[in-house]
Ligand binder design. Structure first.
Ligand code: NAD
Length: 499
């Protein structure tokens, strides 16, 4: 049985706590590795290593730090296939989707190569008589991040690339469900020239997270995962005086207007609803056709498309649209929610409950489901399902449709399909959701913009990647300077103002 390690001070280190969790191959249901769960004392030792290494790294000039990122991009491209294979084996997503997971992280690393520009600060010459004023952005020190299972390459890179390039040390606590790729990324960064101790990976559960949250040395915490844990980490981190940003769960609505191209809308719903088995925080889980005719036609177009979806293991290559979900517990939770939908009166138009893949009977596969006539009080609507289940709510008007998205507690992503510019513009302006697609079903912003939802999908006020990441991982210091020739005689007793 493979033993997963931690990554401490530039090398793989075995766990000492004696506590482990199983890592599965979700396609076969087999346990393929044991992941150590770090104790508080192991985490404290890792924090101390980070604290020792960070000042020298912060003193390296930004251009040299950026060159490490440049080299890292080359290495990610060199090892793309290997990373994607390991990722698929632990997560279950298809190989092209796994390569996309790495690629979307790589793009943020590319953005971080611009660190010298991002960090160069502001300068005002002669802000007053003989006075200059300048602002600099300085590293926080030791930073940490806790990441979810569903993007084991992309989300760690979204956090550690900007943190490190800004001159911080970063401790990553990845998901214990698929911990191998984060360790490989840490090794690649060492090969790219990153000094030991600047990126460390500690595997673990609540005990490890709590050790990070309660450490006086850790200055900031980034979190991506489910909303209840996001709330806990935000509250605890803030109470302990840390800078914290947490990104939580989602329920993303797509509104389909009567004037939309319904073939395009159905194709979009297929990928956005069922891609990665629905295990994406930007997956579309609710379709809201406007008008009975639109709804009838949309369902008519969706059903045959969904019925031909190919579900299987990543090893089947391009013959698969989506793979298994992450654990048997996740599968059970999805199927329980499907049952609740039936019990609460929704119409199950495509039933994936009895999906069975020959030779993979123990894998965590869930067939695709489509519900019609869903109402806002049903559990399949209020809760995040995180599986291949698409719910349809029939709305009579655009106002009713937008109201569902506005009233839902989550506000990560949303989309509208229409040919009408006025409607699209109104939607983009009024909707209380962080990322909006106009005829784009999964509007994940590119690396140089920022990523973040609204409402219960986020806790904290800065987004991930883009310019916000450079703000989150640095502190501003503003210096007001004058030299003896600019100093007048005598003390000043009132607050200095610009005359
Ligand atoms: P999760 O909340 O179960 O776990 C996320 C991380 O928190 C993991 O590293 C886990 O070990 C840790 N954790 C779990 N329980 C904890 C506890 N009690 N105390 C401290 N730490 C704990 O989430 P997940 O199942 O890995 O990921 C799926 C969730 O992540 C979904 O809700 C999805 O919407 C969300 N997500 C959100 C975004 C976003 O940007 N908003 C992106 C990806 C995923």
């Amino acid at each position: 049985m493979e033993q997963i390690t931690h990554y401490v001070n530039g090398e793989r280190v075995e766990g000492e706590s004696g506590r482990y969790t199983d890592v599965y191959n979700p396609a076969t249901g087999e346990v393929q590795a044991q992941c150590p769960l770090a104790s508080k004392s192991e985490v404290d030792a890792i924090i101390a290593k980070a604290q020792a290494a960070q000042p020298a790294w912060a003193a390296v000039n930004p251009q040299r730090r950026a060159r490490v990122m440049m080299k890292f991009v080359d290495l990610l491209n060199r090892d793309m296939d290997k990373l994607a294979e390991v990722l698929s084996r632990e997560h279950g997503k298809t190989l092209p989707d796994a390569a996309g997971d790495v690629q979307r992280g790589l793009e943020v690393v590319e953005y971080c190569i611009g660190a010298p520009q991002m960090l160069k600060g502001d300068f005002t010459d002669s802000a007053g008589p003989g006075i200059d004023m300048y602002s600099m952005r300085q590293a926080l020190g030791v930073t940490a991040g806790i990441t979810p299972f569903n993007f084991p390459a992309m989300i760690p890179m979204w956090m550690f690339a900007p943190a490190i390039v800004c001159g911080n040390a970063f401790i990553l606590k990845p998901s214990e469900r698929d911990p191998s790729v984060p360790l490989m990324l840490a090794e690649l960064l060492k090969e790219a020239g990153l000094p030991d101790g600047i990126l460390q990976v500690v595997n673990g559960d609540k005990e490890a997270v709590d050790a990070l949250l309660h450490s006086d040395i850790v200055q900031s915490i980034g979190f991506v995962g489910s909303t209840p844990i996001a709330e806990y980490i935000y509250a605890t981190g803030c109470a302990n005086g840390k800078r914290v940003q947490c990104f939580g769960g989602a329920k993303n609505h797509m509104i389909i207007m009567p004037d939309a191209d319904l073939d395009q809308a159905a194709d979009a719903l297929l990928g956005a609803g069922y891609g990665a088995a629905g295990e994406r925080c930007m997956a579309i889980s609710v379709a809201i056709p406007v008008g009975e005719e639109t709804a009838d036609k949309l369902i008519e177009k969706l059903v045959p498309r969904i019925e031909t979806l190919k579900v299987g293991p990543y090893t089947a290559g391009n013959d698969v649209d989506y793979g298994p979900v992450i654990t048997s517990a996740a599968k059970e939770n999805i199927l329980n929610l499907v049952q609740s939908g039936i019990d609460q009166g929704a119409k199950l138009v495509v039933d994936g409950r009895n999906f069975n893949l020959q030779g993979y009977e123990d894998g965590f596969f869930v067939g695709p489901h489509l519900f019609d006539n869903v109402t806002a009080d049903m559990d399949i609507y209020t809760k995040e399902i995180f599986g291949p289940v698409l719910s349809t709510i029939r709305a009579k008007t655009y106002e009713e449709a937008i109201g569902y998205a506005m009233d839902h507690e989550y506000g990560n992503g949303t989309a509208i399909y229409t040919r009408d510019g006025d409607t699209a513009r109104d939607f983009a302006n009024r909707i209380n959701v962080g990322m909006v697609g106009i005829n784009v079903p999964i509007p994940v912003p590119l690396a140089y913009h920022t990523f973040g939802g609204w409402k219960k999908s986020v806790f904290g006020d800065l987004n991930q990647h883009g310019p916000d990441a450079f703000k989150f991982y640095t502190r501003t210091k503003t210096v007001t300077a004058r030299w003896p020739s600019g100093i007048k005689e005598g003390g000043e007793f009132s607050i200095p103002v610009m005359k």
